[in-house]
Each structure stands twice: as structure tokens, then as C-alpha cells.
Ligand binder design. Structure first.
Ligand code: SF4
Length: 384
């Protein structure tokens, strides 16, 4: 398996409010995601890229009654630009299915429609200082706040204050915000409460409302004293778990589970490496990220000259195939017996809840189903 894991890790900066919710999922992932020293090698999913685009679009909205049309036009322009960036935009557009795209456009519309005071000309304007301690009404996008008291910082998608002193934080999520029981997901709730603390520490407000929009609706939370106390004690606990400027063993922080699905650090995580094969062979377990690793037993021609088919013997002894691998992804000197680790693949098998036996990279019939974000690592060493 390529790459070593991190050994010891260290938090060198304040907690990012958008990451604190990850503490419930995996404290190691929280730390890796917020520290610049640990760049991921597996790219963000196309939906995460779409999420960034959506945030940019909302930040640049101009006032007017045609919010819905403006959002749709702006997202289309970002995804299919007419300039030189088209080459990178098209794979993203093809990866995201039309229904996924429509769902994200819906989030932007809902968020934009809910803003009572809109940004005048968006993020391109020169930033102006916020009226922090007085009660002037204002509305801004991408507001950066920090608090030394809480060792916390964060960028709020949108913040507005009305004449009456009501401060509203609006945040957009490009996925679902509720769990299977219809409750606001714990990680999103933690993020919202952290924003509440940041606003409370920096600004004058009679009251604070936190609003979260996702593809499954909008949630509104009034940030009262009870929530403020909860947020404070959660952060204190986090500071004990991840103290600043202290070297910590990554293996003691790693927590494997569903959080690994969307973790861009999987290829270097020793705990995930040990845990995933156990899950592969557990008949009760749910589906896992579409990753595969082991010894490459064979490479053969696939349906097109530019495609290859790879057979991999994984650590459980199972022979998996990875089909439709563009040959440009294979090193020139690749040989059977080397180690291969492949992440973010696709599976065209019907029962996605079971472990797939056959993976694929490209889909020739439905190109948007291709694994555009797949990564393959090769290594000569033959010990897994
Ligand atoms: S792969 Fe899983 S255990 Fe490892 S850092 Fe990511 S979320 Fe944590």
C-alpha cells in the first residue's frame, strides 16, 4: 500500500467552525482537514467542488426579484464557462447527474430567497469593515470572524443584522442536512452553534438566529443561552482532545466509520487500511467507499485500445477487477506483482449495499457515471 501514515500530528491554529462537527466523526480527520501541512492526495468529490461553486454563486448575488433565474444562470456559467477553464469544468458537469445538479440549484435558490437584505454587489466588492459593536443594519457574504477566547475562527456564508438588532447567520450545505430520522445532523448542528459563539463574541446583537439550508430543506435555530453553554463546553472538550501545539499520535485520534466515506485522507490512514478489509468481509456491514488495494495479478486489454482491465488480489484473498482503466493512468513500467491502491472508483453492480467485486473507472455509455475523481497509486514492493 503506498505512503506512510502521519505518525504524530499537531494542531497549530484555532479550530475552524466549519470543521468542529467532524470531532463527532473522527478527530483525526478534523485535524487533517484544518491544518495546511496535511494536503490530501485523494481529490474532493465532484459534489464537494459543486458545493464550492454554489457558495461562490450565493456570495455574488445581486439584488433583484429574479433570484431564481440569477442562481440558475450563475451556476450554469460556472459549470460551463465559455473561456479556457471549460476543459476542467466539463468533467465536473458530466460527473454530476442532472438531478444532483437540480438539487444544488435548489439549495442556492432557497438560501437566496430567504435573505431579507441582500448583498449589493457581492464578493467582488472591496471588503468593508463590519460594524461590530453598534447596531447598524447590514448584510454581507463570506464574513470572517475569530475569537481568541474560544480558540475558534470561521467564515460565515452570509450574515445580516436588521434594524431591530436581530443577527441572522445563513449557511448553505450541498448535501442533506438531516439524518434518516429527520433530525439535524450532529456535525451540522455543532458547526451552527460554533457560528453562534463567534457572532456572540464579536458583535452586538439583541438575538441571534442560525439558518441552515440543504437539499432536504431549511432548519432555523435560535441561539439562546442554553445552546451557547452547550457550544462552549463542546469546544472546551475539543481543546482537551486536540490541544494546540502539542504532538499527538494519529492512531489515537483516528475513528473509523461512515466518516471515512468522504475522507480525502483515506489512502494514508493506517486505521482505515486495517478496518476496511474487515468491513469488506462482514456480511452485516453496509457499503464502503469504492476503494480497492492489493497485489496486481494481471493487466489485460479492455474493450477499447486506450482502456485496460486490472485484476487485484486484496488483503482478504478476494480477486477484484477494475475495468475501463484509461491506460494513461498506468505507469509505463507497471508490472504484475506490484502493489496497487485505487480510490473513488465506480461500481456498476446493482446491489450497492454489498461489497462490489468489479470496479470501473470510465463509463463509455453514461460518461457522467465515470469515476472522474478516481486515483490509482502503484508501488513495486510486494508486501501489502
Ligand atoms: S480515513 Fe477514516 S479514520 Fe482515517 S482519518 Fe479519515 S475519517 Fe479518520
Amino acid at each position: 500500500m503506498p505512503n506512510e501514515d502521519w505518525g504524530e500530528v499537531e494542531r497549530t491554529r484555532p479550530f475552524w467552525a466549519s470543521k468542529v462537527g467532524l470531532a463527532r466523526i473522527c478527530p483525526l480527520r478534523l485535524l487533517l482537514e484544518q491544518e495546511p501541512a496535511y494536503d490530501p492526495e485523494i481529490p474532493s468529490s465532484p459534489l464537494a467542488v459543486l458545493g464550492s461553486i454554489l457558495h461562490e454563486v450565493v456570495a455574488e448575488l445581486v439584488p433583484g426579484n429574479d433570484v431564481e433565474e440569477a442562481v440558475e444562470t450563475a451556476i450554469s456559467a460556472k459549470l460551463i464557462p465559455s473561456d479556457a477553464t471549460r476543459a476542467t469544468a466539463v468533467p465536473l458537469y458530466e460527473t454530476v447527474s442532472p438531478s444532483e445538479l437540480a438539487a444544488r440549484v435548489g439549495v442556492a435558490k432557497r438560501l437566496a430567497t430567504n435573505l431579507t437584505v441582500r448583498t449589493k454587489s457581492g464578493a467582488r466588492r472591496r471588503p468593508r469593515p463590519l460594524p461590530l459593536r453598534n447596531s447598524d443594519p447590514f448584510a454581507r457574504s463570506n464574513v470572517w470572524l475569530n475569537s481568541t477566547e474560544h480558540d475558534l475562527c470561521g467564515s460565515l456564508d452570509h450574515l445580516e443584522r436588521t434594524q431591530e438588532g436581530l443577527l441572522t447567520v445563513s449557511e448553505a450545505k450541498t448535501g442533506r442536512i438531516r439524518d434518516t430520522e429527520g433530525q439535524l445532523k450532529g456535525e451540522h448542528f455543532a458547526q451552527l452553534l460554533s457560528y453562534g459563539l463567534l457572532v456572540q463574541a464579536n458583535m452586538h446583537a439583541e438575538s441571534i438566529v442560525l439558518r441552515l439550508c440543504g437539499i432536504d430543506g431549511t432548519e432555523v435555530v435560535r441561539f439562546d443561552d442554553v445552546f451557547a453553554e452547550n457550544a462552549r463546553s463542546a469546544l472546551q472538550h475539543l481543546q482537551t482532545l486536540l490541544p494546540r501545539n502539542v504532538q499527538l499520535k494519529s492512531s489515537e485520534l483516528a475513528t473509523c466509520g461512515t466518516g471515512c466515506y468522504r475522507c480525502s485522507y483515506r489512502n494514508r490512514c493506517a486505521d482505515y487500511r486495517a478496518w476496511a478489509p474487515r468491513r469488506w468481509t462482514d456480511p452485516e456491514s453496509g457499503h464502503l467507499p469504492l476503494d480497492c488495494w492489493g497485489i496486481m495479478e494481471k493487466v489485460e486489454a479492455d474493450s477499447e485500445p486506450w482502456l485496460a482491465r486490472i485484476y487485484v488480489r486484496d488483503p482478504t484473498g478476494h480477486l477484484a477487477s477494475i475495468t475501463h482503466v484509461p491506460r494513461r493512468l498506468l505507469p509505463l513500467n507497471v508490472q504484475t506483482g506490484c502493489l496497487i491502491a485505487a480510490f473513488n472508483l465506480r461500481s456498476f453492480e446493482r446491489r450497492s449495499s454489498k461489497r462490489p467485486a468489479n470496479f470501473a473507472v470510465a463509463s463509455l455509455r453514461r460518461t457522467y457515471e465515470s469515476a472522474h475523481d478516481a486515483v490509482l497509486f502503484f508501488e513495486k514492493n510486494n508486501s501489502v
